[in-house]
Design a protein around this ligand. Structure first.
Ligand SMILES: Nc1ncnc2c1ncn2[C@@H]1O[C@H](COP(=O)(O)OP(=O)(O)OP(=O)(O)O)[C@@H](O)[C@H]1O
Length: 274
């Protein structure tokens, strides 16, 4: 198994104790090499789940196993070593604006490099051919020596995916990789991601707002809403009615606000934020 969650609840560190969990009592198992789409309305907990799987957020309750090991029972060094087997691709890739694309893509190798190798590659890219080949899979090879801040949003997003390709990860955790792409590029990008995961028997967990693409391209779909798993099913079992229910009324105003003399959202928080 790549990931196993038993009764996992997660609250973001900035949220006061006693307030709602972003994820509540999740049970989930994802086998090595499996490809899973996460869908659900905004705020459902997709990003929080990906960050929890990547050990970037520690569960407040429940058990998490990563490649058969509980990462939170390890010391920091051992946990970092375990995390090297994962690649977390955030929705907006953290690409330094003044960097050349080649350097930004090769940063996907950072977990495997020593500090000296990493510093050297900043001056003289260690493996420009690998970066070129990764970019070529997204038709971006002509951008190899461009500056990152000269790329469009969609090019930057695919540059982040090229970084994933040069990594040596055994599991890809990808957060809305298609949000800045037109429909043709979205399909192409998803195809490359899935082919790469299949070729190296890597696990792929991908959050998507494009429900149609999720249903067309992923064998297994997990529907999240309000921090809970509403369904976890093979795509043939996911009906239009289940999708409609997943998204129905997800963003209606909280009824309690209308009745309350001081709406809860306007009350000063107990702890101050600076
Ligand atoms: N850094 C944070 N601090 C506090 N609360 C957070 C933080 N990030 C997210 N949340 C809250 O956690 C819940 C889940 O958010 P999350 O970003 O995981 O949802 P999502 O399904 O990825 O949404 P979207 O589709 O809009 O990206 C939401 O209620 C959100 O307000």
């Amino acid at each position: 198994m790549s990931f196993e969650l038993q009764g996992v609840s997660v609250r973001h560190p900035s949220v006061a104790a006693g307030q709602a969990f972003a994820l509540s009592d999740l049970a989930l198992g994802i086998a090595q090499g499996e490809q899973v789409a996460l869908i659900g309305p905004s705020g459902a907990g997709k990003t929080t789940l990906l960050h929890t799987l990547a050990c970037a957020l520690r569960p407040d309750a429940g058990g998490l196993q990563l490649f058969g090991t509980d990462p939170w029972k390890l010391d920091n060094a051992a946990r970092h070593a375990l995390r090297r087997r994962l690649f977390l691709a955030p929705q907006t890739p953290p690409l330094p604006p003044r960097q050349r694309v080649v350097t930004a893509v090769l940063a996907g190798r950072l977990p495997q490099w020593s500090l000296a190798q990493a510093l050297l590659s900043l001056v003289k890219p260690a493996d420009p051919r690998a970066a070129f080949e990764a970019l070529a899979r997204f038709n971006l090879e002509d951008k190899l020596y461009h500056r990152v801040d000269r790329l469009s949003g969609g090019e930057r997003q695919r540059c982040g995916m090229a970084r994933l390709l040069v990594s040596e990860a055994a599991a890809f955790l990808v957060d809305e990789p298609l949000s800045a792409l037109d429909p043709t590029l979205a399909r192409q990008t998803l195809r490359v991601l899935q082919q790469e995961a299949k070729a190296r028997q890597a696990t792929l967990v991908c959050s998507l707002h494009q429900v149609d693409l999720a249903r067309q391209h992923f064998e297994r779909i997990v529907g999240l809403r309000a921090g809970r798993i509403v369904f976890d099913a093979p795509r043939e079992a996911v009906s239009d009615a289940m999708i409609a229910a997943l998204y129905q009324n997800a963003h209606e105003a909280v009824p309690a606000l209308a009745d309350s003399p001081t709406p809860a959202v306007l009350r000063r928080p107990a702890t101050r934020c600076f």
